[in-house]
Design a protein around this ligand. Structure first.
Ligand SMILES: C[S@@+](CC[C@H](N)C(=O)[O-])C[C@H]1O[C@@H](n2cnc3c(N)ncnc32)[C@H](O)[C@@H]1O
Length: 233
């Protein structure tokens, strides 16, 4: 089972994504476990402050280090978080996530995900607590929660038995290094648009070849950069 401990100031944001689809089913079937921890529970002051003004001035607030360190200490003491378990900060400054990294991360048994907010987190969290920083792309979102959900989703679908037999990972875009071939379902003619004859032929060998060619064509058209290092023999 893959366990996620997610440190956040908005644990309620996870309710819906964790209750639907592949992730919802994986939770129900105990393929994954998700423990959302409200960082506010680890504050000492009356106002339960998780953020403060940045030294040196500037517009936004910064997540304080103490509640985040305390929450991780709590996980070590109460739920046997190991020194070797990765502690990941979701950050636009992290390494950009791709399917190769997803496949490596999916082999872990436990991951701590720290969701930043406001103008980010105190640098001492980055330097002295976090083992990895991951970005979901070169753009900025308002908090790490959506990025953490992305990570939970893509790692969950690679767990054994997480997907039904109808869903296949091996042909997915980025899994073989290419984009997936175009897909069609019934009806075979919709308005005046007909499904390619080959897909209706029942000739599995020819269908396989057609899909391989389409996959290469599509990748060349849309993402020629993906061809670096791909073996298309
Ligand atoms: C508004 S952002 C702060 C950005 C920060 N001021 C900077 O320029 O690096 C608030 C939080 O959202 C999350 N976040 C924003 N963009 C992200 C991205 N592309 N990938 C992962 N997390 C992101 C991070 O946890 C970040 O601490």
């Amino acid at each position: 089972m893959l366990r996620f401990d997610i440190l956040t100031v908005f644990p309620e944001m996870f309710n819906s994504p964790l209750s639907s689809g592949v992730v919802g089913k994986a939770l129900k079937n105990q393929i994954i476990d998700v423990n959302c921890i409200d960082i506010r529970l680890f504050t000492d002051d009356q106002h339960k402050s998780v953020d403060d003004y940045p030294f040196g001035g500037g517009g936004g607030m910064i997540l304080k280090p103490e509640p985040i360190f305390k929450a991780v200490d709590h996980l070590k003491q109460k739920s046997a978080l190991k020194e070797t378990d990765p502690i990941i900060l979701l950050s636009p400054q992290g390494r950009k996530l791709n399917q190769d990294q997803v496949e490596i991360l999916a082999t872990n048994e436990r991951l701590v995900l720290i969701c930043g907010r406001y103008d980010g987190v105190d640098e001492r969290v980055v330097k002295h607590l976090v083992t990895d920083e991951i970005s979901i792309g070169d753009y900025v979102i308002s908090g790490g929660e959506l990025a953490a959900m992305v990570l939970v989703d893509c790692l969950t679908r690679l767990q054994e038995n997480a997907l039904g037999s109808a869903e296949s990972i091996k042909d997915d875009s980025h899994t073989s290094g290419l984009l997936q071939f175009p897909q069609f379902t019934r009806p075979s003619v919709f308005r005046e648009w007909k499904v390619p004859d080959i897909l209706l032929s029942g000739n599995h060998e020819e269908i396989k070849k057609y899909r391989e060619v389409e996959s290469i064509k599509r990748t060349l058209q849309r993402r020629p950069d993906l061809f670096h290092g791909v073996d298309i023999n």
